[in-house]
Design a binder for this molecule. Structure first.
Ligand SMILES: [Zn+2]
Ligand SMILES: [Zn+2]
Length: 427
């Protein structure tokens, strides 16, 4: 694991890792495996410790369910159904408010009070309406005509999975990728982050596309729309109903009114918490299912490799930030002397990631196990996702991206590389 030449471990005497660009730690006894990331178990209160324990236990339960003989099918499971029911009720309420507004206007338009009330209710319903989502404004947009080779691959992945094809590809500099459906026509948008795309092997890229289109097959984007818009509606309700902080100088009647509002405001807040909780559970389940499709499309091996790459997220972000800082401090004359095109930053990123030693990747794998409870709540801990892919039936690649085709597909991203390279270097 490249530990030759390291100092002896203060804890067990085995050689430590020797690459001082990264955390120096001991693979034999895990000395300094956290690398200065404080062990939060010791510093948090009892409530946090309980929350962490529950979150870890929930993660393990879900893992067991998703790797069992009969894992829950997409769109099933108590969390899904619960979240759908609550979201449905929220939208029904909006519909009822709108209906009441129309009714008041139709039956009472001659009198002032019902008419005003009717208009108010319609305004309220408009405020609470489900939002369809917009085409992202940022990033480089690639349409079919701009990138035929890329779209040919995307279509092949989509068709193999029985998923809808992408309408627009948005490229940005981040270390991630996702899909969404936007607008009245529910146009399918695939967002690719170059920070991630660049450091994946061709086969891992195919897998990533399988994962993202897998979210369309599993109906996750539709769920996100129904539930996400209900969450937004509840948040709007809360803003309307929430008690003001400053109650000084209020009369008796106003104070009483605010107290009266406290009950519905609390109810809305509680509902919002429940819905968020259920959504996170359903979302974690969806990730396992999308990982499975990732393995089927790109191969099990590529899916595992892709999950390992995810462990490098903060290293990549840190490196990208550094490029901006360095570009800002290098004197203009020296910069001109060694002038490199903006897009070269992505080549350098690849070189950097390739230079990360195996022991650093291993440290991050072990850290993922130790800090599982603290990871991003929308995704299961990476080590569990990896273990799930490994435990399920192994698949060969359904779509193979050979060297020639990879080159062709990748060339479609060159204009984005230039624009986003400039963005990374100049902010
Ligand atoms: Zn040791
Ligand atoms: Zn996903």
């Amino acid at each position: 694991m490249g530990t030759e030449g390291g100092r002896p471990c203060p804890q067990c005497g085995q050689p430590l890792t020797a690459d001082d660009r990264f955390v120096v730690w001991c693979a034999a006894c895990d000395w300094n495996v956290r690398g200065g990331n404080e062990d939060d178990d010791e510093h948090d209160g009892r409530l946090d410790a309980l929350r962490r324990r529950l979150s870890r236990r929930y993660g393990e339960e879900l893992f067991a369910r998703m790797t069992s003989e009969r894992p829950p099918r997409p769109g099933r499971g108590a969390a899904y159904v619960g979240a759908q029911v609550i979201a449905g009720l929220v939208h029904l309420l909006t519909l009822a408010v709108a209906g009441a507004g129309v009714w008041l206007l139709v039956t009472g338009w001659r009198a002032v009070v019902p008419a005003v009330l009717g208009v108010l209710l319609l305004g309220l319903a408009w405020l609470m309406r489900p939002r369809l989502g917009r085409m992202p404004r940022h990033g480089v947009h690639l349409r079919r005509a701009d990138a035929p080779a890329l779209y040919a691959l995307l279509d092949e992945v989509a068709d193999t999975l029985g998923a809808p094809r992408a309408d627009v590809v948005v490229v940005h500099a981040e270390f991630n990728a996702w899909v969404q459906a936007v607008g009245l026509r529910r146009r399918k948008v695939l967002t690719i982050g170059l920070g991630l795309w660049e450091v994946l092997t061709p086969q891992q890229r195919v897998g990533l596309l399988g994962h993202e289109f897998g979210h369309f097959v599993n109906g996750d984007t539709g769920q996100t729309f129904v539930i996400g818009s209900a969450q937004r509606t509840l948040a709007e309700w809360y803003v309307l109903l929430r008690p003001q902080d400053d109650t000084s100088g209020l009369g008796m009647i106003e104070t009483a009114a605010r107290l009266l509002m406290f009950v519905p405001a609390s109810a809305v807040l509680l509902l919002l918490h429940v819905l968020t909780h259920l959504t996170l559970r359903a979302g974690q389940q969806a990730e396992y299912l999308a990982d499975d499709l990732e393995a089927r499309i790109g191969s099990t091996e590529a899916a595992i490799g892709g999950l390992d790459v995810l462990l490098l997220a903060d290293a990549v972000y840190f490196w990208l930030d550094q490029q901006y800082v360095t570009a800002g401090t290098v004197h203009r004359s020296t910069r001109d002397a060694a002038r490199q095109p903006d897009e070269a930053v992505w080549e350098r990123l690849k070189e950097y990631v390739a230079s990360i030693p195996a022991h650093e990747l291993e440290r991050r794998r072990r850290l993922s196990v130790l800090t599982a409870h603290a990871e991003d709540l929308t995704h299961p801990p990476t080590h569990l996702r990896r273990a799930a892919v490994e435990r399920r039936e192994h698949h060969p690649a359904a779509i193979v991206l050979d060297v020639a085709r990879n080159k062709e597909v990748d060339a479609a991203l060159d204009p984005a590389r230039r624009t986003l390279g400039r963005e990374v270097l100049r902010g």
